[in-house]
Design a binder for this molecule. Structure first.
Ligand code: MG
Length: 159
């Protein structure tokens, strides 16, 4: 048995915050606004996993009204989501992620982001797709106001 989940997340660029994607701090003059560390890769993947397992979404498990998650390391939230998925009888077998940002260039960081996500999901880096692209100058992403991430996760039944 196989199930698939999709996740989407977006965050606004602001000054005075780090830019963290997939647990990697990327050198840039802007970071992402958010209650947690605003790691949009971790958030989109978390939603993909929870969605695939029929477990709701990131906000229902880690509400942004809860001080416990203030500035939280979202890769830990992702690892918690993996635990929930496994407790419900599923396990991640692969994922595919697209990061959409006009800047900075993501390619130099993709291997590390991929490796971090593989570790969190308990799969190999070969089973993680990780791609960066721009929005061709269009819309909020094109204007450099923020970034968006789309993730798909495939889950396999544990038994
Ligand atoms: Mg988010």
């Amino acid at each position: 048995m196989i199930r698939t989940g999709i996740g989407y997340d977006s965050h606004r660029f602001v000054e005075g915050r780090p830019l963290i994607l997939g647990g990697v701090t990327i050198p840039f003059h802007l970071g992402l606004a958010g209650h947690s560390d605003a790691d949009a890769v971790a958030h989109a993947l978390t939603d993909a996993l929870l969605g695939g397992a029929g477990l709701g979404d990131i906000g229902s498990h880690f509400p942004d009204t809860d001080d416990q998650w203030k500035d939280a390391d979202s890769m830990l939230l992702l690892a918690s989501a993996v635990k929930l998925v496994r407790q419900s009888g599923w396990t991640p077998s692969s994922c595919d992620v697209t990061i959409i940002a006009e800047a900075p260039k993501l390619l130099p960081h993709v291997a590390q982001i991929k490796s971090n996500c593989a570790t969190a999901l308990g799969i190999t880096a070969a089973d993680v797709g990780m791609k960066g692209k721009t929005n061709e100058g269009m819309g909020f992403i094109g204007r450099g106001e923020g970034i968006a991430v789309i993730a798909v996760a495939t889950l396999t039944a544990l038994s």
